[in-house]
Design a protein around this ligand. Structure first.
Ligand SMILES: Nc1ccn([C@@H]2O[C@H](COP(=O)(O)OP(=O)(O)OP(=O)(O)O)[C@@H](O)[C@H]2O)c(=O)n1
Ligand SMILES: C[C@](O)(CO)[C@H](O)COP(=O)(O)O
Length: 401
């Protein structure tokens, strides 16, 4: 826990929330959508309201968003929350209007400008912003090294330049500034009819001020596109609820020299009697996912009567079910599999099976558990007449209406 921050000047936070969220879609501004049942804006505000060094928190909202805003902040401590300011057509305009409102209230000191669309901002990052600014001067912003190679393209989309990567960073918010110079830079840019600045540090650079950096946080993403909401687990802005499905499959042994289990070909003195490749593990997992989705079973989607599935690789069945989870705005939390047979031995193939299942389902291997057991020579598996698999799938799906 860092020490309480002692600053040389009062600190305010300005959250810009006047955008329309057109790239994220979903019919409403993204800052009012829910993640884990809480509005994005409320999540972005909470750590600023909780920071004792911040004396005032101001929000810029879109015209007509007053009711949405009131709903979103219900339950937050209103004591340090200033009445909202109405924003402008661009982020730059919205920040300027927010700064002007703070100036009208007589504020001067340090201001942290933050995107309401970054709800995962941590107390540690806010702390770093204030400390770095207080120690370094007029402007301090969070920066992360880029991991992709960045190129500049020409108007035809052809590469014009590949700048050396070791000096490139991507920058986030909160960005911390001395209030007076930031407001002056905004006013000057506006007077010069320059409205294309995509962050506030760029205005300070334009005004000739040095801008320091401190370490950004990879978790502090800006929700921009629908996939960003998918990654957070916030399918369509609805609360995600956990659903569990189970699956079971058996196949009789028959002539052959191998079996397929969990997408892995395992040499054996018998094969299995099946329409597809007879992979009981993948069939049980497919049914477990379809059960959690309440979308029928493997036979509903891949009827054994359909010749196209003769000898089919069962990984495609599991991949289909996993894709259905994603198409419905959900995510797979865990896949648990038990294979029941006297032989072949599963142990030597466990890691390969785990990796193959993870690849087919599009999850990390850490979300796949593989267990095996004999049935102590009892029943059809004990008599080596066939093999069986049981599976459980735990997923999260947007709550039903
Ligand atoms: N006129 C605007 C535009 C943007 N923002 C805010 O600036 C932040 C970053 O902008 P961006 O991600 O571009 O949000 P939107 O403008 O809402 O998105 P889009 O461009 O897809 O419509 C967001 O918190 C957004 O609400 C703002 O206050 N006023
Ligand atoms: C301010 C910002 O979040 C820094 O990365 C970014 O520039 C905002 O860009 P947007 O196009 O307004 O989302």
């Amino acid at each position: 826990m860092p020490n309480r921050i002692e600053t040389s000047a009062p600190v305010a936070a300005l959250l810009v929330a006047a955008g329309r969220g057109l790239r994220a879609g979903a019919g409403q501004p993204k800052q009012y959508r829910l993640i884990d049942g809480r509005p994005v804006l409320a999540q972005a505000l909470a750590p600023f309201l909780a920071e004792p060094a911040i004396g005032r928190v101001a929000v810029v909202i879109g015209e007509g968003d007053e009711d949405r805003y009131a709903d979103a902040i219900a339950g937050l401590d209103p004591a340090r929350l200033a009445p909202p300011t109405i924003g402008g057509a661009t982020r730059q305009d919205s920040v300027r209007r927010g700064l002007q409102a703070l100036a009208r209230d007589g504020f001067d000191g340090i201001v942290l400008v933050h995107d309401a669309a970054r709800p995962f901002v941590s107390p540690a990052l806010i702390d770093a912003a204030i400390r770095t600014l207080d120690e370094s001067g007029l402007a301090a912003i969070p920066a992360l090294p880029v991991t992709d190679t960045i190129k500049r393209i020409d108007e035809r989309g052809h590469i014009a330049e590949t700048p050396p990567r070791d000096r490139l960073v991507s920058v986030q918010t909160p960005q911390a500034f001395r209030f007076g110079p930031l407001l002056a830079a905004h006013e000057a840019a506006s007077a010069a009819l320059l409205h294309g600045f995509t962050d506030d540090a760029a205005l300070m650079e334009w005004a000739g001020h040095p801008v320091a950096t401190f370490a950004g946080d990879p978790a502090n993403i800006k929700l921009t596109h629908p996939e960003d909401f998918m990654r957070t687990g916030a399918g369509n802005g609805k609360l995600l609820v956990t659903r569990v499905g189970t699956g079971y499959d058996v196949h009789a042994f028959g002539p052959g020299d191998h079996v397929w289990l969990g997408g892995v070909r395992i040499g054996h003195d018998q094969g299995v009697v099946a329409h597809s490749d007879g992979d009981v593990a993948l069939h049980a997992l497919t049914d477990a996912l379809l059960g959690a989705l309440a979308e029928g079973d493997i036979g509903t989607h891949f009827p054994p009567s359909d010749p196209q599935w003769r000898g089919a690789a069962s990984a495609q069945f599991l991949a289909f079910a996993a894709e259905r989870v994603r198409e419905r705005g959900g995510r797979i939390d865990h896949l648990d599999l038990t294979i029941v047979c006297e032989a072949p031995k599963i142990g030597p193939h466990r890691d390969a099976i785990r990796a193959a299942i993870a690849a087919a389902a599009g999850v990390t291997a850490g979300k796949v558990a593989i267990k095996a057991t004999t049935s102590e020579r009892m029943g059809f598996t004990g008599r080596r007449e066939g093999l069986a698999a049981l599976a459980t799938a735990t997923i999260r799906l947007p709550e039903e209406e």
